[in-house]
Design a protein around this ligand. Structure first.
Ligand code: S3P
Length: 164
């Protein structure tokens, strides 16, 4: 397994915030898979979904997961919420940390603009359905599970302790 720390979990669970903080603390480089896909495609995730479709996005995610597992080491990788579900084995990228948060807690925490940029979070009932379907997948691929309601710094400290 590669020496990367991979953050997995549902949309809005804090993967990017924690990932950026953790990368500074661990002296690893930070990679956000959504940001990398947007940069590579020169297009926002929302536009990719609207103009090219979810299938196209999942293919790009799959290629990126392969590339990360073959080429990247010593990084903190924040993944899109669907990555563990749609790629073959997310653990090929590194040690997976599941940021666990209840659906209602998520709703209470997310701001309007954070819904706007997420095509699969436009309808709460739909989002709840995929949340429930995905939790077992996050659990399956998690090397460690952490309560995402803790403060980001506390989460980082736990991850450092767990992965050292
Ligand atoms: C998705 C999550 C998003 C992004 C895309 C699809 C998903 O990432 O990859 O909108 O299927 O859960 P975040 O988890 O960073 O919001």
């Amino acid at each position: 397994m590669r020496d990367n720390i991979v953050l997995i979990g549902f949309m809005g669970s804090g993967k990017s915030t924690v990932g950026r903080m953790l990368s500074k603390q661990t002296n690893k480089y930070f990679i956000d898979t959504d940001a990398l896909i947007e940069s590579n495609e020169n297009c926002k995730i929302r536009t990719i979904f609207e103009s090219l479709g979810e299938q196209y996005f999942r293919q790009r995610e799959g290629e990126l997961a392969d590339w990360l597992s073959q080429n990247v080491n010593n990084a903190v990788v924040s993944t899109g919420g669907g990555m563990p579900v749609f790629v073959e084995n997310i653990q090929n990228i590194g040690s997976c940390i599941y940021l666990d948060i209840g659906f209602e807690q998520l709703l209470a925490r997310l701001k309007n603009e954070e819904f706007d940029k997420r095509p699969l979070f436009q309808n709460i009932d739909f989002a709840r359905t995929i949340y429930e379907a995905r939790v077992p997948m996050y659990e399956k691929y998690a090397n460690f599970k952490i309560d995402a309601m803790m403060a980001p710094q506390e989460i980082c400290d736990k991850i450092v302790a767990l992965t050292n």
